[in-house]
Ligand binder design. Structure first.
Ligand code: ADP
Ligand code: MG
Length: 264
């Protein structure tokens, strides 16, 4: 079996913020690799440095120590080949759904005509063809987040990073979005970094799950998810799925315990 190429390589990556109260060590000494085409979730309690780690991988936050390498090139700042999705869809309220999807094309001064077909196709893929001319205020939260997924995919970036993209949605919409994302990945495979608080969401979507914990935070657990793709809709009811979720819950609780010990 041939080894997959590495998409991201982190070597002893740390981040210390300087705040009015003094230095805050958010991430400590993370060394790991993410392979091309893998969907990797990062789980961990609030404040353990997940967003900080993602922003450093995206080149949007400086690194205090260590090195991040993407496809053989050191990451030193923001770049075009990463799609980002956040908890809030952050759509521009005065633009139509279609123009929101095409916004990166406009910002980067690329020819709109070349991307129009892709924008229509992406909106069809997430079931929003009929809403292309609507404004974001006319959409539900789940629909707005679908638009932000299309916007992140419009330039077909090889790497997509998502920071708790479904946390603000109700449980039913969240389940729908999980299935939509599985489907998108099936049709449009790429490397994914997905931050979530939900163990079940991480196991359902990922090829690999990392757990962060402690303070300053490290990767305390790295689990390969053994389910192939496409994944059956009822996979979350299988005993193997629930066993994995139980194991991950234990790791996360030990991370919490460590944080309590350090802060008391
Ligand atoms: N700009 C900042 N300045 C100072 N401290 C920060 C800043 N951003 C985050 N932190 C601190 O760094 C730690 C990790 O934050 P964050 O990466 O947002 O965690 P998570 O995404 O896991 O909730 C927290 O203690 C947080 O308060
Ligand atoms: Mg966060």
């Amino acid at each position: 079996m041939t080894a997959k190429a590495k998409h991201l390589d982190l070597w002893q990556v740390s981040k210390t913020y300087q705040s009015a109260q003094g230095p805050v060590e958010a991430v400590s000494d993370v060394t790991m690799s993410i392979e091309e085409g893998d969907f990797v979730s990062i789980l961990g309690p609030s404040g353990c440095g997940k967003s900080t780690l993602m922003m450093m991988l995206a080149g949007l936050e400086s690194i205090t120590d260590g090195v991040v390498v993407e496809r053989g090139r050191q990451v030193t700042g923001p770049r075009e080949d990463v799609g980002l999705i956040f908890q809030d869809a952050t759509l521009l309220p005065w633009l139509s759904v279609l123009d929101n999807v095409l916004f990166p094309v406009k910002i980067l001064k690329k020819p709109r005509n070349e991307y129009l077909r892709r924008a229509h196709d992406l909106l069809a893929m997430v079931g929003l063809s009929k809403f292309e001319n609507h404004r974001p205020s006319q959409l539900s939260g789940g629909m707005r987040q679908r638009v932000s997924i299309c916007r992140a995919l419009i330039l077909d970036p090889p790497l997509l990073m998502m920071d708790e993209p479904f946390s603000a949605l109700d449980a039913i919409t969240r389940d729908e979005m999980n299935l939509a994302l599985l489907d998108i990945w099936q049709k449009n495979p790429k490397t994914g970094v997905f931050i979530t608080h939900s163990i079940r969401e991480a196991v359902l979507l990922s090829d690999r799950v990392l757990v962060m914990g402690g303070r300053p935070s490290k990767v305390v657990c790295d689990i390969k998810i053994p389910f192939g793709r496409p994944r059956p809709d009822d996979i979350a009811e299988s005993p193997e799925f629930n066993k994995l979720c139980g194991e991950l819950k234990q790791y996360i609780q030990s991370g919490h315990k460590h944080m309590e010990e350090v802060s008391t």
